[in-house]
Design a binder for this molecule. Structure first.
Ligand code: CTP
Ligand SMILES: C/C(=C\CO)CCC[C@H](C)CCC[C@H](C)CCCC(C)C
Length: 334
């Protein structure tokens, strides 16, 4: 009796396999001829299946009734995943790609507008080249981090965001090596108008933007705090230190107490502001008492590192973000 049941089971499973294969083959044949080669591929492509194929040639309903034989089908390409779930995830994936592409393009355009604006302001002598460079330093990284919520929730969103600093990296290398001439870029981000300067501070700076987006993104306070100290803290130390920094730090005569205090205060305030922004948007959940203490400690570490007489050995755009990153990683632990 038991042997008979097993035998019947085998026949039943085999017949389901065959009927599945037959329907799958029929399905493929119809899709092939209807969609003229290329569109038929979209049946098996998770992203295009709903948008390309079904919009042009909606498949007959009976084709969706293909039996569910996920493991026994000998031709997995002929197996069709449950239609509704696949179609929904394909729609979501397509929407994310569109959104992330549009977001990258907008942020990239924003970077161009920012540099162009400061070039105009410098040309019209409304601000000095040095101030322009520091304002670009403060604004570009902070605006970049502020722009992250416009990207989708897809896992790939951070890669799309990183394209912006990556392209700017290439831009800096091309102009830094004088392979092409972009006076707007050179005037707004260099100290003396020498293209070679693009290959130092600004290049390390965009590399750090890319690292923070890729490694920490919106889910961790580490990247946000790191950028707040590198862009905000270091930027204000320079602007305020130059203007009011007559009293120098004993171990470094090119840095002042006022500059370092400004760095600590602005790094702290901007870090808290950025964390508040990300927690208000629901990306981070923070215990504010704990956070205030930790952020103060991280800003202090960044300030001390910035004040050290090591600028000849290591650029501030490397030492400050790496020190902040390490301190933030050790205190927040993610
Ligand atoms: N803690 C600090 C940092 C900077 N400054 C002032 O800002 C100027 C520039 O500082 P720094 O950032 O070290 O100079 P650069 O190397 O020119 O700038 P960057 O790091 O952007 O390359 C210093 O000369 C000083 O007047 C200061 O007073 N105190
Ligand atoms: C002068 C700078 C560093 C020296 O300390 C900063 C250089 C900035 C880059 C050339 C431009 C970077 C653009 C960002 C990747 C994106 C900004 C986007 C935003 C929306 C404006």
């Amino acid at each position: 009796m038991e042997g008979k049941i097993t035998w019947f089971n085998k026949i039943y499973i085999k017949s389901r396999e065959l009927s599945g294969l037959a329907l799958d083959s029929l399905f493929c044949f119809i899709s092939f001829s209807a969609a003229r080669m290329s569109l038929s591929l979209s049946f098996t492509h998770p992203i295009l299946s709903r948008h390309v194929y079904s919009a042009v040639f909606p498949p007959p309903r009976f084709l969706f009734l293909s039996p569910h034989i996920p493991t026994t089908s000998r031709f997995p390409i002929l197996y069709r995943a449950p239609q509704r779930a696949t179609a929904l995830s394909a729609t979501a994936a397509t929407a994310s790609i569109f959104r992330d592409t549009a977001a990258s393009a907008s942020v990239f355009a924003g970077a161009y507008v920012l540099i162009f604006t400061f070039d105009i302001l410098t040309q019209k002598e409304l601000i000095q080249q040095n101030l322009s460079r520091k304002l670009v330093h403060i604004l570009s990284g902070l605006l970049f981090a502020i722009s992250w919520p416009i990207f989708s929730n897809a896992d790939e969103a951070r890669y799309f965001a990183s394209l912006v600093p990556l392209i700017n990296c290439l831009r800096l290398v091309i102009h830094g090596l004088s392979l092409s001439d972009d006076q707007s870029l050179i005037k707004s981000v260099t100290r003396e108008g020498n293209p070679k300067e693009l290959l130092r501070g600004p290049l390390y700076y965009v590399a750090m933007l890319m690292l923070c987006a890729l490694a920490f993104w919106r889910e961790s306070p580490v990247g946000v705090i790191c950028l707040a100290n590198m862009c905000g803290g270091d930027g204000f130390a320079d602007i305020i230190g130059r203007k009011y920094g007559s009293s120098k730090i004993p171990y470094n005569q090119s840095k002042s107490w006022v500059g370092s205090i400004s760095m600590f205060v602005s790094g702290f305030i901007i870090s808290i502001g950025m964390l508040y922004y990300y927690s208000a948007l629901g990306y981070l959940q923070l215990d504010w008492g704990y956070t205030m203490h930790r952020v103060a400690l991280i800003s202090l570490v960044a300030t001390v590192v910035e004040s050290l007489p090591i600028t000849m050995l290591i650029d501030d755009n490397i030492s400050v973000p790496l020190a902040s990153m390490l301190a933030a990683y050790l205190t927040f632990g993610q």
